[in-house]
Design a binder for this molecule. Structure first.
Ligand code: SAH
Length: 589
């Protein structure tokens, strides 16, 4: 212990005296080279007062206490190893990358945590941070010589930082001299990437800012596809855009894909249909996007599935283009392909389907002037027909297809809320489909699949038959191995950070919660306010408490349906317990 401190002090140029009856080899070596003065004896009362800084690291608490009291009486700073009460200061653990120093400290409360965090940072901060810090130093010197007003200077520092640091992976990139030059002259040049994509940001006094992908823009909109519901089907790029957004405008159908750990400061705008609220008109959505972008914000427009597949994303892009707002499209996994896959239906299959049609069934309600070529669709037996927005118009669709020559026995399916814990599937021959859907009480959002590929549904089913399929489980983040176990058993996991973020509240309310895991009393405290929120019916949600203290706290707070699981239960035990408890959203066979 003493050796570590001595080495740290020597590295900083301190003059060190070691007082000890015996010393370990490396300290004897330091004495030989006269790097330290070693005095082989007992500590003498009062002598701490003669030093600028004192460390006590003996295994005798009385000696340590005497040193501490002597030092304190003389106004000398003292640190006693592993004894916060006797310390007047604590040494942080440090990670160094060149001139960059990261310190970790816990005011002596939990040195074991400090050691582990230090090791963690040591692993996560690569060697590149040393050269990066050096470049940052050069950048600062150059910037200071420009003598800009503080605010201007900060903008350029932002440009340096945001363009060179990936905050998620904790990686740094050493910028080239040309890049630094560009940031120093920020505002005088046009942004190259925007030029390349054909946009000319208007210099109409719009607040200019730097995004973390290095673009200088007057606001920027990403039209992001959220995927069909399963949060894991959001693309990597889409997730990046959400994490770096200042504002997110999301549809109800996209809500399950919002990352729960979005910073609390991000502006969340819901524009979807919610019970009791009118949907926001398309025009208002476009106006909102333009307004947010004009405020200089990075905006993510999160839309269910793929933004350009029946999502009116094209109209939003047109509005942005007309307003001169730079935008990009981050495609998503469209429901029409992913949802059948989760129901065991491959969209195409060799020799069975040589064509895949994505159709909006909404159209079919028009008596006159429909653009759908029922005649062609009905006459093609080697095709898969996927219909979006098709629950209410299903009887009309079936009638038209049969009238156009499709066999009434063609295999067909309707899938509600595919890829989520709310997934329900009905399969039937085409002529019986509408009646079966009514019988099963299928509600939107749902899509239909018609064609020979639907025949595979039973044999290729994989999602609905997992033991925790249909369960939507709330757990406090990080969910760790237990979370991974529940998820691979088929549960939809809502991993809620504490304190609960606004994004997590949206996600919680997006679908009914079926279960909640409390790993300790703190979880019950942290989630207490959510029990009455949307998506959470406390009469139905099953609460799994790991260990007595969690049970007691949950009871004290009035939680219901509490089940105790032994604190030392393994993930396998836990999955077995939860899946034995039969409450799912699944339909009876
Ligand atoms: N842009 C979206 C579709 C928007 S239209 C996409 O690419 O997926 C909305 C329709 O999509 C719904 O009425 C429903 O027919 C379908 N849909 C979206 N998500 C679905 C899901 N999880 N399960 C079933 N149908 C879904």
């Amino acid at each position: 212990m003493a050796l570590r401190k001595v080495e740290g002090l020597l590295a900083e140029g301190a003059v060190v005296t070691v007082v000890a009856r015996e010393a370990v080899g490396p300290i004897l070596d330091l004495e030989k080279t006269q790097a330290v003065a070693l005095e082989r004896r007992e500590y003498q009362v009062g002598e701490a007062a003669a030093f600028a800084l004192v460390f006590a690291a003996t295994d005798d608490r009385d000696v340590n206490r005497r040193v501490s009291e002597d030092a304190s009486a003389a106004g000398v700073w003292v640190n006693v190893a592993d004894d916060p009460a006797l310390c007047s200061f604590h040494l942080p653990a440090r990670v160094r990358r060149g001139a960059l120093q990261l310190s970790v400290a816990s005011a002596g409360e939990a040195p074991f945590v400090v050691r582990r965090l230090r090791a963690f940072l040591e692993r996560r901060f690569g060697p590149e941070w040393a050269a990066w810090t050096e470049a940052a130093g050069r950048f600062r010197t150059a910037l200071r010589s420009l003598k800009l007003p503080q605010e201007e200077a900060e903008r350029r520092y932002d440009a340096f930082f945001d363009s060179t640091v990936d905050q998620k992976s904790i990686r740094a990139r050493v910028p080239t001299a040309e890049e630094m030059d560009l940031w120093l002259k920020a505002g005088e040049r046009r942004e190259p990437e925007i030029e390349a994509s054909g946009f000319r940001p208007k210099a109409s006094g719009l607040e200019s800012r730097t995004t973390d992908h290095g673009l200088r823009t007057a606001g920027f909109v990403s039209l992001v596809g959220a995927g069909p519901g399963d949060a894991g089907l959001l693309t990597v790029k889409g997730q990046k855009r959400l994490h770096s957004a200042d504002a997110i405008v999301y549809d109800r159908l996209a809500a399950t894909a919002l990352p729960c750990d979005l910073p609390a400061g991000v502006d969340l705008h819901s524009v979807g249909k919610e019970a009791g609220h009118h949907p926001v008109q398309q025009e208002e959505i476009s106006t909102l996007l333009v307004r947010l972008a004009r405020e200089g914000k990075r905006v993510a427009r999160l839309k269910g599935g793929d933004p350009y597949v029946f999502g009116r994303g094209g109209e939003e892009a047109e509005a942005l283009a007309a307003a001169g707002i730079p935008f990009e499209v981050v495609p998503g996994v469209t429901a029409g392909i992913a949802v059948p896959a989760y129901a065991g239906i491959p969209a195409t299959h060799r020799r069975e389907a040589v064509r895949l049609t994505l159709l909006t069934a909404h159209e079919s309600k028009k008596e006159e002037g429909t653009q759908i070529r029922w005649d062609l669709l009905g006459a093609d037996p080697h095709a898969t027909l996927v219909g979006y927005m098709g629950v209410t118009s299903l009887p009309v669709v079936v009638e038209r297809l049969i009238a156009a020559g499709m066999s009434p026995d063609t295999p067909a399916a309707v899938i509600e809320r595919g890829t989520t814990s709310g997934q329900k599937t009905v399969t039937a021959p085409l002529s019986k489909l509408a009646a079966e859907v009514t019988r099963a009480g299928i509600d939107p959002p749902a899509l239909f699949v018609i064609g020979p590929v639907v025949r595979h549904a039973a044999a290729l089913e994989w999602f609905a038959k997992r033991p925790l399929s249909g369960r939507r489980v709330v757990i406090v983040a990080p969910a760790g191995d237990l979370g991974a176990g529940l998820e691979s058993a088929g549960a939809e996991l809502v991993e809620v950070p504490l304190p609960v973020t606004p994004a997590a509240k949206v996600v919680l309310g997006a679908l009914p919660v079926t279960d909640c895991v409390l790993r300790g009393p703190g979880d019950a405290d942290g989630l207490d306010d959510e029990r009455d929120g949307p998506g959470w019916d406390s009469a139905k949600v099953v609460v799994w408490c790991l260990g007595r203290p969690a049970v007691e706290r949950a009871r004290a707070r009035g939680w219901r349906n509490i089940h105790e699981v032994k604190a030392e239960a393994t993930t396998v035990d836990m999955v077995a317990r939860v899946s034995d408890f039969g409450c799912t959203n699944r339909l009876p066979p």
